[in-house]
Design a protein around this ligand. Sequence first.
Ligand SMILES: *Cc1c(COP(=O)(O)O)cnc(C)c1O
Ligand SMILES: [Zn+2]
Length: 397
Amino acid sequence: MMMYASHLECSVCSTTYDLDQVIGTCRCGEPLLTRYRLDAVRRDLSPADFVHRPNTMFRYRELLPLSERSSPVSLGEGMTPLLKADRLAQALGMQAGKLWIKDEGLNPTGSFKARGAALGITRLRELQVKKAILPTAGNAGGAWAAYGSRGGVGIVVIVPQRAPDVNKGEAELAGAETYVVDGLISDAGKIADKLAQENGWFNVSTLKEPFRLEGKKTMGLEIAEQLNWRLPDVVVYPAGGGVGLIAMWKAFQELRELGWVTGDLPRMVAVQATGCAPIVRAWQEGRSESQHWDNAETIASGLCVPKPKGDKLMLQALRESRGTAVAVSDDEIRAAHRTAGRLEGMIICPEGAAAVAGLEKLVQSAWIKPDDEVVVLNTGTGLKYPHLFNLDLKQLR
Ligand SMILES: *Cc1c(COP(=O)(O)O)cnc(C)c1O
Ligand SMILES: [Zn+2]
């Protein structure tokens, strides 16, 4: 029974913690990162070994905090298609064959949040945690509810009144105790913190526990495997809490250390909405930390995070990868949403549409060159956003 994960390490003060303890954040309050004995992974495993593995994200179990004895709580998440988008590439003036969209909308519960919840619940079950709580205004609640029910871990979800009905409904339908509160996601977060403290429930808010990030890391591992252990020049990601961006960057660094990929790592791009762009502002001002974004508002609800807990890690990933951050307006998001449907037949989520709009801006400004190979993340299915459908139908008489 070998676990290749060795310990948890604070992302800021480097204090280390045992993996077998139930712990959320460092005692300094900052996020914890899972560290591995990569030399042992390199010795025991090679990329060819993955070919015959199950077609889910758990195929990468040596690069997750799991042992051979772990039994994953799975609904078939991961190994989502990496689709070539030649018609979109052509419309943007990019070279054919160089643009890919990774379609996370095919995950259980319709978004990549399934990856974080699948690993999170697998670990919580192993650690014998009985109940967990999270605030959410979007896809996280439904994902944690689904995996919680499947794994036998109780889930409490706190949702702001203004969150879409589909997100309240999916959490409730998948068996979570679902509470609606007045106010914003930050208010839901405070209530979740308080209830977690009072009741001894584990708090699985974004980056207040280490496993969601490791689950999302599998997006980066899959991109490498699906490109036959090659990495693209640029990865474009719609960043809210930023977990996916931080996680993919961690994946790429681990793959480089393993020697499974060579050459430059991708330049990471964080796309945000002009109505809530704390990372873009911090990036432009050269800061290593963001400042709270007042009156945040955008149709891309997953990007509406006024002060991400992972801001320092996100900005660090942008710096280290020689990436950038760019903001797009809701009108640009709407236009990209339509473009993806019309050119590629993909009903993408507004966050994915933001990423496509960001790509367009960076191609126009020549930050992305026509022959750069680019992977854009569509983080969820557009079918969960019927409130954004703008039906423009002709009447047949
Ligand atoms: C949560 C969410 C995001 C933002 O994810 P982070 O990794 O926290 O930045 C983007 N798109 C969708 C569809 C989401 O549900
Ligand atoms: Zn610390």
